[in-house]
Design a protein around this ligand. Sequence first.
Ligand code: NAD
Length: 475
Amino acid sequence: MSQIAARNPRTGRIDWRGPAADPVEVASLAARLHAAQPAWEARGGAARLDILRAFGQALARHAGPIGEALEVDTGRRRIARLEIDSVIGSIEGWARVITADVVPQWVQGRGLPTVRHTAAWKAYPLVGVISPWNFPLLLGMIDAVPALLAGCAVMVKPSEVTPRFIAPVMAALAEVPDLAAVFAVVAGDGATGAAVVDVADCVCFTGSVATGRKVAVQAAGRLIPAYLELGGKDPLIVLDGADLERATDAALRGSVLSTGQACQSIERIYVQRSIHDAFLGRLVEKAEAARLNWPDITNGQVGPIIFDRQADILAAQIADARSHGARVLTGGEIETHGGGLWLRPTVIAGVTHAMSVMRDETFGPILPVMAFDTADEAVTLANDGEYGLSAAVFAGTLEAAEAIGRRIEAGAVSLNDAALTSIFYEAAKQGFKASGLGPSRMGEDGYRRFLRRQALIANTAAPLPLAAFSEEGST
Ligand code: NAD
């Protein structure tokens, strides 16, 4: 049996080991979930919602151990608790989105008046959810909750980097046997993830573009849908007339929250030349005021780098920017404290699109700032890149921000704020370009995507005989 090992990001020590589910275990779990799913679907939406609510209560009862596990794996406390609250709150959020089971009417045919039709929605029997390490609980449950409400069985495979929360979540799940029959969380690495894709009827993947491509290819081979939520390189445009206090506050929070380890982090900042120096000066002051949450986890705003290999990517991007002539104004060095790795907010000026820090996903608290002259130039720069997850625009008025925002090739654009998708979940959106594939995971589509539409077509007259289509007499 293969093993996975987890590193504590505050100490650097590998202090957790556990088994990884192998393909045989994944297949046998899938068989159990598949067997239970028809009864789950037959219960109806209202009963499923009640059971999910009971699970929310169980999660609340187990919030202590779940929070502690998340805290050890991610090195942060408040965000760990927010993850749990957010998952519990999402159940009521979905309750508002999903209207009561609507019984579709029969519709009389127009082309064939004796034929009428109605619709039914059938859940994908088993949804496989594969999630990353940056929000270990939230990013699995974000797809699992609507899929379960839709009537699917669900198997979640979280990242092997942050697996500690699985045991306390399974303990909460055991208190809701009706749900435990159709829902499971399995530990494992990429091989376990691939095994999940092999048994699922629909797959939701959140992670990197490179792995997303592999999942998409494997899913295509099985002709199952793959809904992909991938990386980003989100731009922030700050136009002349913007409130610099607000814009710098939003830029810092959008880049540094969760130590930049969020898909929708601001990773490129474009500022109109007339306000560039003033913006940069204020941003540097605010960046320098941010503190590490070390040695006290209840202090500061910047947590450790969760995945140690990410520190190498951050260091390489900073070195590449320096070697191309950029100026690192704050932070800029990976720091080791107590065995963990930290990076202070790193503001970099004088960057260009020749530098990797402006092209490749960073996933860390780096804020590269570049000047532009015209709004057209800003739009061209924002759209120059492989990703299209989200973006942000600051301007003197919301209307001016909106006019630019509509021209950006990204699935969500925050206006006069940044990274609003990290705190506001109601707006439907898709990942553009390499940032994703499939319907929105938010809003009604986020639920509908787990249902297949079936047509029931009835003929009240005698069926047409073959002779009605005879070639005889055709001209
Ligand atoms: P990753 O792609 O390395 O891993 C994600 C998951 O895929 C893990 O559970 C991993 O075990 C699994 N996996 C690896 N190989 C697999 C395979 N061949 N088949 C199936 N599963 C496999 O990503 P990561 O490093 O954990 O997460 C960081 C990435 O996630 C960043 O690129 C970030 O932008 C992205 N992300 C996107 C969103 C979004 O909503 N768009 C949200 C958070 C993170």
